[in-house]
Design a protein around this ligand. Sequence first.
Ligand code: SF4
Length: 469
Amino acid sequence: MPRQYFIETFGCQMNVHDSERLAGLLDQAGYEPAKSAGEADLVVINTCSVRERPEERLYTELGMVPKGEGGNSPIIAVTGCVAQQEGDRLLERSSRVDLVVGTQALSRLPAMVEQLEDARSSGHLEQARGGRTRSDQHVERVDVNPYDNVSFPLGVTRRSDPVKASITIIEGCNDFCSFCVVPYTRGHERMRPVREIAEEVRQAAGEGHLEIHLLGQIVNHYQAPDQPHCDFAGLLELVHEINGVERIRFASPHPRHVTKRMIGAMRDLPKVCRHLHLPVQSGSTAVLKRMRRRHTREAYLDLVARLRDAVQDLALSTDMIVGFPGETDTDFEETMSLVRAVGYESMFSFKYSERPNTLASKRQPDDIPATEKTRRIVKLQETQKRIQQQLHARRVGAVEEVLVDSTSRRRSSELAGRTTRNTVVNFSAPDKLLGTVVPVRITNSGPFSLKGKLATAAERQGADLCRSK
Ligand code: SF4
């Protein structure tokens, strides 16, 4: 019987995609996916250190992996940002962890598992488990080394979504925003060759993935290492020409790398979705300076105006941190006024908390009381919810093109999909429409989603006429 694996994933889209790659590598090594950790011979916990208390979350997760009978516990491998950050310390702190594989060493996991299995079957298991070092005579337990090669073999990734395909174009980041752990956990910025990206997009589109998500920590900093004139706008143009691609999204751009060429590509290429996630982090220039964001409030608002001028009906979303060290009431009110001025369609908001190694953790005392951080985030989120409610209400009566990607979370009898502006729409329709783009007339709105009905031919025609005027 083939050995089985189970992957538990935390964190961002990048981590979810890393898990798809890991799954593909394990398939290649002869493993099959298990339905639960309890059935697996290998459990991979792919961690994230962006959210609060990531280590505690890991130890809770470790405690939930069932122990096998008669010493037949599954092998547990910890991967991702916490693995990269903590390295051997994870082996010291939990006897349940067998392997620690950093963010740049993921493709080494199958070989490391094999070594460990060999050690188990040859009777060196106890020695391997008792190890307190990075490796012992028989088993390499930890690999958190940097690897510059960002190539990934074509056709290996096991994509979990039949409609959308994530494709990494840049690994790592050189920006060192003072609150952010990513440059420490994912290493310096490395670009993937454009030739390899194009091949992967072609293959994903050929398999029926209509929507391509280009991923990178600063995705719009892309510069092809193998084609000197191909920047991010050039890459969008190239992906746009690939047959089978219906929609293109990307995450996350940095405001200071949004170029005229990029705005032009968003305006001129119809497959590029009318949605831009544009992280701002704070509305106060003083706070942005301490965050080392390298953009000001004014430059950000100017960019928003230029984007909206150029790209019709563009929806914006963002990331926001409240309670950053030294954030005064006035700074926070600037965040509130920026949120009202921009009118984001959605927002990921966080209370600031220190991350190990970051510049802020070394130089800026976390001086905003927890109660004040909570007050600020509650106020921010209430305002944001009201804005979303208002923006969504304006869509009622419109006919939107919806890419149907799942059954509705609320009602299993309904389907769900997203508009080009990235808003979720729920509506009744037959399952055969999954994986297609359909016109939906919006009938109701809430703060987090829209509700609609499949548009009739006449409604569709009316919408087309409005668009062409
Ligand atoms: S740009 Fe800043 S916030 Fe984004 S990954 Fe790099 S360091 Fe982190």
